[in-house]
Design a protein around this ligand. Structure first.
Ligand SMILES: *[C@@H]1O[C@H](CO)[C@@H](O)[C@H](O)[C@H]1NC(C)=O
Length: 194
């Protein structure tokens, strides 16, 4: 019995240790970012950008690290009440780990923190008509994450001066109430909608 309790105790210690053990905050291995993701939280210095109809309000499907060091990013988004699939290629800039892509102007982004099998946090700057807006995104491997990770994300946003009220939780958003998205019926690009 004592031995059993000891074993149980050790297992708990190990399980607890394992919780934070995989969090990476630098030297990211982008090949480990590859795969399916779900948008969990979105934050922007300009709140409208992450609200309904906002340009940043979109749902990630997958990220793929390409051999040429670019990233292939797939999203879906509600545009004029319909689902559109958005596909981007983010090219690595001169700065290692910093990627750029064109959407709603020009964007530069990098990973801030990741637990490759659980979540990833991106920070980005959007340049649009002389305006620079910062934003952050929390993606997860499953449709939701622990409250601790959401808290952590809000903390990081605050550190960058993005207030908590500019953080949108998309776990219960249109992703579920918008059944067309995620199926093959998505349009290939928003340009096909007029
Ligand atoms: C890498 O390959 C992708 C897909 O072929 C392409 O769109 C992208 O521009 C390439 N990146 C660079 C830096 O050449």
């Amino acid at each position: 019995m004592k031995l059993l309790l000891l074993c149980l105790g050790l297992t708990l210690v190990c399980a607890h240790h394992g919780e934070n053990h995989d969090v990476v905050t630098s030297n990211f291995d982008m090949s480990k970012i590859s795969g399916e993701w779900y948008t969990i939280l979105l934050a922007s210095g300009v709140k409208e950008k992450v609200e309904e109809q906002g340009s940043m309000r979109m749902f990630v499907e997958s990220i793929q690290a390409l051999d040429n060091s670019s990233l292939l990013l797939k999203y879906h988004k509600k545009i004029n009440g319909e689902c559109a699939e958005l596909i981007f290629v983010g090219d690595e800039t001169e700065e290692e780990g910093v990627y750029s892509l064109s959407y709603d102007g020009y964007n530069e982004f990098h990973v801030v923190e990741a637990d490759y099998n659980d979540y990833v946090i991106f920070y980005f700057l959007n340049y649009h008509n002389e305006e620079i807006t910062q934003g952050m995104e929390l993606y997860a491997r499953k449709p939701d994450v622990s409250p601790q990770i959401k808290k952590r994300f809000e903390e990081l946003c605050k550190n960058h001066g993005i207030p908590e009220e500019n953080v949108q939780d998309l776990t219960n958003a249109d992703r579920v109430s918008f059944p067309v998205c995620g199926s093959m019926q998505c349009a290939a690009s928003p340009a096909t909608h007029s």
